[in-house]
Design a protein around this ligand. Structure first.
Ligand SMILES: NC(=O)c1ccc[n+]([C@@H]2O[C@H](COP(=O)([O-])OP(=O)(O)OC[C@H]3O[C@@H](n4cnc5c(N)ncnc54)[C@H](O)[C@@H]3O)[C@@H](O)[C@H]2O)c1
Length: 418
């Protein structure tokens, strides 16, 4: 990390009372997030849409907490021109729209909501497994076309079947519990050592899972090695007439191979929510080899899109922003050293973001000692090139001490919270 003279200007000393905190929430963030922050005395402005770079620079002047979703691009230029910005809330799961290194360099933590929509994905997976097993999609489509085809052929209960979960993380493990309650035998495969929940059984290889499962469902993450994880070779290993679901990452599955195996009847049905290439905007055409294949449920990446998930995201991210603004907590930040600090209004707290270099803590403490500042508690955490030290002191420190701390060569940002 390099710091130039302009960056040094970021070493502002900020002491904010709740009533001074200005928040800007863009892109229709759920009202619960807004209400939570207003309830803390913050002044909150909301706007429905996303903003382009120039408009955003104008809008963030004087803003301390910014909330965006996936369509607002938070570029280095915006961050450079947002001197008052303390923290950013991505009220969504992904943070690709944010220049994270630029935010980190300026001492701005970014928070998101990685778990708020897991239940929504699990419920969709369950609904789709039963729909595929009963061929509901086909039957409903025929009925809309005026065809009455009352037959039990090809329709099955899921009770007693084996569900194979590939990727036993937040979603995979929750699905495991709910599927067992429906009467599934659950097996899973994960590259990490995961604890089996309930009666689920760990498979030692993907092949073992594929050979034993009546339904195979992917819940892996998007690490680069997962591109092309599931193609012709893996599909061949599946049991004849098994079902297949992908609600994880589009790049993990070869759609052309899936189409072949569906058309040959080797795979009896599939539900796909994510695609290697997805339309960028609402209304853009959707192209896929899987269009038009019978007993295939296609959904436009809506696994996690429910009103409940949006509400949870609103509350979750708003509370992270509040914890950072009021108490300096960085728990679950995507780019900052992790520090889970108690919410304690009675303390005076110095929160100093600094370049991760040898001797910073000694310099801070030396300086506080020289000014007879009593240290009651202190925590230091580092992550890559950034360090974060939070010091609880007996009483508020003077503007002179703050100015000296701010002028340490490694200081990026300094706040006094009291
Ligand atoms: N469809 C949607 O709308 C939607 C919504 C939320 C999440 N997702 C996606 O669902 C996936 C799972 O989410 P999560 O929160 O459970 O993630 P997670 O990080 O908690 O779990 C992923 C698991 O997959 C395992 N894994 C990774 N590569 C693997 C491989 N090659 N073989 C076996 N196991 C492997 C990991 O060890 C981890 O346990 C992610 O890709 C996420 O982006 C989709």
């Amino acid at each position: 990390m390099t710091m130039n003279t302009d960056d040094r200007a970021l070493s502002a000393t900020t002491t904010l009372q709740d009533g001074d905190v200005r928040v800007l929430l863009l892109e229709n963030i759920h009202a619960d997030g807004r209400d939570f922050l207003r309830g803390k005395g913050y002044s909150v402005e909301t706007r429905d849409g996303a903003l382009g770079e120039a408009e955003l620079i104008e809008a963030v002047q004087g803003v301390h907490l910014l909330g965006i979703r996936s369509t607002t691009y938070l570029t280095e230029k915006v961050l450079e021109n947002a001197p008052d910005l303390l923290a950013v809330g991505a009220f969504c799961i992904g943070t690709n729209q944010i220049d994270l290194p630029a935010a980190t360099e300026r001492g701005v933590p970014v928070f998101n909501a990685p778990y708020s929509n897991t239940r929504s994905v699990v419920e969709l997976a369950i609904a789709e497994i039963i729909s595929l097993a009963r061929r509901l999609h086909e039957k409903s489509t025929a009925m809309h076309a005026g065809v009455w085809n009352k037959s039990a052929a090809g329709s099955h209960e899921v009770r007693g079947r084996t569900l194979g979960i590939v990727g036993y993380g937040n979603i995979g493990s929750q699905l495991s519990v709910i599927a067992e309650a429906l009467g599934f035998k659950v097996v899973f495969y994960d590259i990490d050592d995961k604890l089996a929940l309930g009666n689920a059984r760990r498979c030692s290889t993907l092949e073992e899972l594929l050979r034993t499962s009546d339904v195979v469902t992917l819940h892996v993450d998007g690490r680069p090695g997962n591109a092309g994880l599931f193609g012709d070779e893996q599909m061949r290993l599946m049991k004849p007439r098994a079902l297949f679901l992908n609600l994880s990452r589009g790049i993990a599955v070869d759609p052309a191979a899936l189409r072949e195996h569906l058309e040959s009847g080797h795979i009896a049905g599939a539900a796909v929510d994510v695609f290697p290439v997805e339309p960028k905007r609402q209304g853009d055409p959707f192209e896929s080899e899987l269009r038009g294949v019978p007993n295939v449920i296609l959904t436009p990446h809506v696994g996690g899109s429910t009103e409940e998930a949006q509400q949870d995201i609103g509350r979750f991210v708003a509370s992270k922003l509040r914890s950072y603004a009021a108490f300096g907590s960085t728990s679950l930040s995507v780019n900052f050293p992790e520090m889970n600090l108690p919410a304690d209004d009675s303390r005076t707290r110095l929160a100093l973001v600094h370049r991760n270099a040898p001797g910073v803590l000694a310099r801070i403490n030396g300086l506080l000692g020289e000014h007879d500042v009593n240290l009651e508690a202190q925590s230091l955490a580092t992550r890559g090139e950034i360090g974060y030290v939070v010091t609880d002191v007996g009483s508020p420190v003077t503007a002179d001490v703050m100015a000296e701390l701010a002028s340490l060569p490694e200081t990026v940002r300094l706040r006094q919270l009291s």
